[in-house]
Ligand binder design. Sequence first.
Ligand code: NAP
Length: 248
Amino acid sequence: MRQVLIVTGGSRGIGAATARLAAQRDYAVCVNYIRNQAAAEAVVKQIEQAGGTAIAVAADVSLEPEVAHLFESVDKALGPVTALVNNAGILERQMRLDEMDAERLNRIFTTNITSYFLCAREAVRRMSTKYGGAGGAIVNVSSGAARSGSPGEYVDYAASKGAIDTLTIGLAKEVANERIRVNGVRPAFIYTDIHASGGEPNRVDRVKQFVPMKRGGQAEEVAAAILWLLSAEASYSTGTFIDVTGGV
Ligand code: NAP
């Protein structure tokens, strides 16, 4: 049976690297994005030129109707999802907690937490043997920030990733006997666009001196961990995490 993968936020960064690697490993891939259609279509084109199958679907995964649209589009175009990478995430300008307002907090929490819950729900409804599905695997992209707390930069973002780790542990146990595995990766210091949203596009180069490996990471290095957790090689692993943090 063909594996069908949805990557939320698959148009850029870690999500795009994951989509490309999954296609090389014969997954049919849905590249979800929110507004950067050109980037999403470029990923699809790269996959197709390499002989793979991919579609791009625009959906804000923090919104329930758009999540429904995303999964229904995949049902129609590729068949029911067998693998989900919850990856779409944001951070905002670096500041201390005592400067943050509720609007910012709610944006971070709905984009980084609610979206993962909604997409996991739709995936479970299609994968679980309880609903007549054939099983599947979910990987949640968390962050090393869940362990560090990101003081002085974005404690809200770090806390959203702590919630994702708890989601991973709880959901993994909930569906373990329904042929669904749920695991997480915790990257840190990866060269992507996300750091510009924090107001510091070159953050990785500033902090890499504190990383035991003395370098930042590439999105492809995170994608490799994600693909391993999705694969049959990880068949007895659920509710666990791979840190991709250069030793931090
Ligand atoms: P990125 O380069 O900024 O890409 C973000 C992706 O998410 C884009 O594809 C974007 O779509 C999409 N997106 C944002 N909000 C969305 C929404 N509401 N609905 C659907 N798609 C949405 O980010 P990244 O660095 O690859 O990060 C990916 C994940 O890794 C995030 O969960 C992040 O927290 C985590 N992470 C990253 C690092 C790091 O150092 N980079 C470290 C730890 C964890 P558009 O292209 O349409 O804007």
